[in-house]
Design a protein around this ligand. Structure first.
Ligand SMILES: [Zn+2]
Length: 86
């Protein structure tokens, strides 16, 4: 049987879960950053919420101005995948 001191055991029992959480946090963050960078490479298809004009905006921002009516539209992931029909 392996004999370890109490302080060493406490250190291992707290350090190991923290290490697992840290690795999970880093991997999830890395995956989200990769997904976000992939999304910014796609053409940005916008559907105006006022005049329902569908257009492409080359700027990769969260807010876009409609070229038809000039209103500002906020990006929603649902609009990117399924732009509303005109
Ligand atoms: Zn519009």
């Amino acid at each position: 049987m392996i004999e370890i001191e109490l302080s060493t055991a406490l250190f291992l029992f707290t350090a190991f879960p923290l290490l697992v959480l840290f690795i999970a946090w880093i991997s999830i963050d890395f995956r989200n950053r990769k997904k976000k960078s992939d999304r910014t490479k796609e053409p940005q298809i916008w559907s105006c919420s006022i005049c329902t004009h569908v257009y492409v905006d080359s700027k990769h921002s969260d807010i876009s101005q409609c070229p038809e009516c000039g209103s500002y539209n906020k990006r929603e992931d649902a609009d990117l995948e399924n732009p509303r029909d005109v």
